[in-house]
Design a protein around this ligand. Structure first.
Ligand SMILES: [Cu+2]
Length: 188
């Protein structure tokens, strides 16, 4: 019998090209040469709130199949839409929480806006792996419970919107616990 390896974790410090902490970087760990873990077994949900005529959070990273709820906590109506190929949808003018969540079942980058308020924007990065995360206000993110092995680290930030609509990718070997610094420059 092959002994089970202890799960590893990845701790990232994400910075921009000047060394400043960078929030809202979406990250996914894709296993190389290992079977992808069953995704269907994990029923996942997430929430993107509309509050103060903003989407909160700006960035969400989810595994494929995640159901995202879009509650409107404002007293004005919003009209959420996406024209992105990975998930085109429209939630027509509403207040409160729509009964049905939006299921993101295709990997890719989805940009959402509001038909009424042009300044409103949010992103969902959908990946075919359960190991995803988003850097926080200090540029930090942590992904736990990853089997040791070889991975591709895929990452994307809204500053690339319009110039690159695919995540940047770099190989990464994970042993017990890895701490890395990830520099996300102006372009991938
Ligand atoms: Cu709106």
């Amino acid at each position: 019998m092959v002994p089970l390896a202890h799960p590893a974790s990845l701790a990232l410090q994400v910075v921009d090209e000047n060394g400043a902490a960078l929030a809202d970087v979406a990250v996914a760990l894709e296993p190389v040469g290992a079977p992808r873990p069953a995704m269907q077994a994990r029923a996942r949900t997430a929430e993107i709130v509309q509050q103060g005529k903003r989407f909160i959070p700006l960035m969400t990273a989810v595994p494929t199949g995640t159901a995202v709820h879009f509650p409107n906590r404002d007293t004005v109506r919003h009209h959420v839409y996406s024209f992105s190929p990975a998930r085109t949808f429209e939630l027509k003018l509403y207040i409160g929480t729509p009964a049905e969540p939006v299921v993101f079942d295709t990997p890719g980058i989805v940009v959402m806006g509001c038909n009424i308020h042009d300044q409103m924007v949010a992103y969902v990065v959908v990946s075919d792996t359960p190991w995803v995360g988003v850097s926080d206000g200090a540029g930090k993110l942590r992904i736990e419970g990853v089997p040791p092995g070889d991975y591709v680290l895929a990452y994307w930030h809204p500053r690339w919107a319009g110039t690159s609509n695919a995540p940047a990718r770099m190989p990464l070997r994970l042993d017990q616990g890895a701490e890395r610094r990830l520099v996300v420059g102006a372009r991938p």
